[in-house]
Design a protein around this ligand. Structure first.
Ligand SMILES: [Zn+2]
Length: 276
């Protein structure tokens, strides 16, 4: 499932492709994904011009002229492809934009959103802040996020630190993979109570969160250079993961076996020797 670094990689790849391009045509293949799509979406998008794509948490935001923003969430399995000629759409290609620079139809490209599991979402909104984004916590790579913020946000919570990190109201963009990885690099057990994360532990955890996300974004950039030139599928890249998905394999730091437990319905992977 795409988390902050994957979504950021998609944003960076789309930026040069969409900025200042006009929407020639919008194809909307079904009335809903995870939630209903806006009515008349195709008509409302035709003729609009893209600004610079933004990201908030796991959401992609495309400002358009006319004070509206196109919101895209990749869900569990969403991906984006770019084509230079009209593609044959497959069963799971639910949305496509034909876009071109002003007055240069020959340079039209086709942006296709594919989502087999349909947990993704598309919306078009004119408010300054979308209701889905209004209560979202700080971006972990922004100045709003710090060890002090993290300790304060975790202080009065019951439950485990792992489950808290997945809460988008606490911090934006972290999902199961990077929560597990950050806790490993911070040496903190996923079972530890939220309220016990303060002082040096909060410092280690906030630093580890920033580090794993920055490294993953850098990896994403590398994978883009390696795999999607000149054009093609954007987004997922294989990560060098320390604990996530490695149950029963050897910890790189201590030779113990990585364990998996279920917390709030999600698997947590960790090393019981390195993480306390
Ligand atoms: Zn270990």
């Amino acid at each position: 499932m795409p988390e902050l670094p994957e979504v950021e990689t998609v944003r960076l790849a789309l930026l040069p492709a969409v900025e200042n391009r006009h929407i020639i045509h919008a194809y909307v293949g079904r009335p809903d994904l995870r939630w209903p799509l806006p009515e008349n979406l195709s008509k409302r998008l035709a003729g609009r011009i893209f600004g610079v794509p933004q990201r908030r948490g796991k959401f992609l935001l495309f400002p358009l002229n006319g004070q509206e923003t196109l919101l895209l969430h990749l869900g569990m399995s969403g991906s984006i492809r770019l084509h230079e000629s009209p593609p044959a759409l497959g069963k799971h290609d639910h949305f496509m934009l034909a876009i071109a620079p002003a007055g240069d139809m020959a340079a039209t490209i086709f942006v296709v959103f594919n989502d087999p599991r349909r947990f993704g979402w598309i919306d078009l909104f004119s408010d300054e802040v979308h209701p889905m984004l209004a209560r979202m916590g700080p971006e972990p790579l922004s100045n709003m996020f710090s060890d002090t913020y993290l300790a304060t946000a975790l202080a009065n919570r019951s439950g485990s630190v792992k489950t808290a990190l997945l809460n988008q109201k606490l911090v934006a963009g972290i999902g199961n993979i990077y929560a597990c990885e950050a806790l490993f690099y911070a040496g903190i057990s996923p079972r530890r109570k939220s309220g016990s994360i303060k002082g040096q532990r909060a410092q280690r955890l906030s630093a580890a969160i920033r580090d794993v996300l920055k490294r993953a974004i850098a990896e994403g950039g590398t994978s883009l250079r390696d795999h999607v030139q000149p054009r093609g599928e954007i987004g997922y890249f294989s990560q060098k993961l320390a604990v996530y998905g490695r149950e029963g394999e050897v910890c790189h730091q201590c030779d113990s076996r990585i364990r998996a437990i279920v917390q709030s319905g999600r698997s947590s992977f960790y090393c019981s020797k390195c993480q306390r």
